[in-house]
Write a protein that binds this ligand. Sequence first.
Ligand code: SF4
Ligand code: SF4
Length: 347
Amino acid sequence: MLFKILSKDSFRELIGLLLDANEVVGPRIVSRKPDGKPIYQFLPIERFEDLSLDHDKTEYSAKTYFLPFKEDLSSFSFEGGDWEQHIRYRIQPRAIVGLHACDINALVKLDKVLLKGEFPSPYYLSRRQNTFVIGMDHDPCENGFCASVGADIVSHGFDLFLTDLGDRYFVAIDSDWGFRVVSSVAIREVTEDDREEYMRVRNRIAAGFKTKVNVRNLPTLLDLEFESPVWKRWGDKCLSCGSCAAVCPTCYCYGIEERVSMDFSRSVKTRRLYSCNLFDFAMVAGGHNFRPTRGSRLKYRYYHQHRGFTETYAEPMCVGCNRCGDACLAGINPPDVIADLEEEAAR
Ligand code: SF4
Ligand code: SF4
């Protein structure tokens, strides 16, 4: 990895250059909560001033720009006794600015499943390869527990990663593309002063986490507490709305549907992201539902995030953003559920 220093003016110029040739997406204020705090979303910007780079967390993750909620995978046409398949990949370049370390770590986890897994997705690959990622360090958000799951720092999966040193940015460069782009504006070498200031900022961020979740022995704990009353307790609150999976940067489960025209001459195959908390997630042909209760579905989500994924990739799928907790109208959130599980095991 290379490190350089970028002035704030140069960064503004860099965003302008990206905007000249690409779609640029970044955190924007879209509304306010009743207490006046802003609500942010990753949305396309038209000018540098549209960006709110001091955002603590966007309501939805940037997953939608890599794994859209709904995507046509292919269409078929049948004519004259022959048939044709049409597939389109998104190859238009795009830049996403202001992803936090947890958001980039989420992409790295999706890469493991959707690029390096048994069934790589060319749809995801085309978006990932054509997206320029600029990450941004930030002070811990109120209820995030990314440090507990090792997602508060990031070492790859981005092109540029910026740490704000007041009047300048400390820039980590992790790709040729990143180096070429940042070299199109004025950059300079890192001095001893910059290095010291960078470490001071990093230490301040590392000391700022208030929400902690103990995940050290969580896979074993989950196995031990498979029949725990915790799942019914929290499951009874669950509205089975699926909001938690929709906002989560790492939930990737989906369903496929096919629409065929009445004369059988055309069809479209569509993928929609799904949620394991929805009633019919584990329903199979014949109507049997393997997870008919809310508790069993909620349990499955925690097992996938903290047990199944860990078994395969030696790390949890969860990056600790707590977006699911923020979105849940029933007040279900990982820190409280996991703490309850620990207490139950201790009892
Ligand atoms: S846990 Fe919360 S957000 Fe998720 S499905 Fe249940 S009620 Fe909805
Ligand atoms: S499970 Fe919740 S806390 Fe973990 S990555 Fe998904 S939204 Fe964030």
